[in-house]
Design a protein around this ligand. Structure first.
Ligand SMILES: Cc1cc2nc3c(=O)[nH]c(=O)nc-3n(C[C@H](O)[C@H](O)[C@H](O)COP(=O)(O)O)c2cc1C
Length: 303
């Protein structure tokens, strides 16, 4: 079965990409599998300067999911390019740089730096992080702001494809998707985490120092499927679906509602070898479903 997918100018050997923030800079997962096997790898959100993130505790387990408020801790773009990227197999797997900035100018600056690097296959613009005070989700909740950031990044991205990552924490995901497409995005990825909270009745405290965090994992899959479905109805650019994927069946559910590829996030925490095995599992299930390639299945939901 042919697992290859084309995403806004990017050619992937298969539709399995690891989600930003759940797979470090890739190198942390070398003990668990061959990075070359993945269709792509989205690295932890990068900012111009290193960030220490939010105070601890920053992670709490919830039924069928987890809450996090990391606050985009990262080593900064310079260290990433110097110390991490050269160690990644960028000729064999698509390395996607996930970008975080406080305003459109800073987003554009990051885009200019990263798009001139040979090893970066695409830029993923995070306008959907619920865990930072400035920027983050605010950009993603307003169609005009989402479009302005997309335009600013596109203007500096050259030939590097631009993926815009959307938040489910909006009233109308289709209007954001359309605005971002009109602003020149090559591809969309959705969803980022859902805003959530977990509290302890004995200590009377939130389990996160930040009080509120982002919910991810199997608990959010139905919301993610709905968002991908609605976005796919609204735009013609390709969509990467994510949110709670924990099996090959989950991957086909996202393809069915219109995704061209998927990202695996929280599952990397409870099964560090999951994404690697998933490539084979998706192929086996595709054969069972009688498919010769993924295109014939994408968006084929019967109504
Ligand atoms: C600990 C943690 C850190 C994350 N950091 C980022 C990030 O830096 N940039 C980003 O765009 N998304 C980030 N995300 C969101 C994930 O990439 C993904 O959108 C979300 O977790 C939903 O997918 P999942 O249910 O498969 O985990 C983070 C998620 C978690 C759990």
């Amino acid at each position: 079965m042919d697992l290859r997918v084309t995403l806004g100018g990017m050619e992937l050997s298969n539709p399995i990409i690891t989600a930003s923030g759940t797979f470090g800079y890739g190198l942390e997962f070398v003990p668990y599998g061959d990075l070359k096997k993945l269709g792509g790898l989205a690295v932890k959100g990068l900012s111009l300067k290193p960030r220490t993130g939010n105070p601890m505790p920053r992670i709490a387990e919830t039924p069928a999911g987890m809450l996090n408020a990391i606050g985009l801790q990262n080593c900064g773009v310079e260290v990433f390019l110097k110390e991490k990227l050269p160690l990644l197999p960028y000729n064999d797997t698509a390395i996607i740089a996930n970008l975080y900035a406080c305003d459109a100018v800073e987003f554009a600056e990051l885009a200019a730096i990263l798009s001139s690097e040979e090893g970066i296959a695409a830029l993923e613009v995070n306008i959907s992080c619920p865990n930072v005070k400035a920027g983050g989700i605010l950009f993603g909740q307003n169609p005009a702001m989402a479009a302005a950031v997309t335009e600013a990044v596109k203007a500096k991205a050259g030939n590097t494809p631009v993926i815009v990552k959307l938040s489910p924490n909006v009233a109308d995901i289709a209007s954001i998707a359309k605005a971002v497409e009109a602003a020149g995005a090559d591809c969309l990825s959705l969803i980022n985490t859902l805003s959530g909270m977990s509290v302890d009745i004995h200590t009377r405290k939130s389990r996160l120092a930040n009080i509120i965090g982002g919910l991810s994992g199997p608990a959010i899959k139905p919301v993610a499927l709905r968002c991908v479905y609605q976005a796919a109805q609204a735009v013609s650019i390709p969509i990467i679906g994510l949110g709670g994927i924990a099996s090959a069946e989950d991957v086909y559910e996202f393809l069915l509602v219109g995704a061209s590829a998927v990202q695996v996030g929280t599952a990397n925490f409870f099964r560090p070898d999951f994404a690697f095995n998933l490539v084979d599992e998706v192929e086996a299930l595709g054969q069972e479903l009688g498919l010769s390639d993924l295109d014939e299945y994408r968006g084929s939901l019967v109504r």
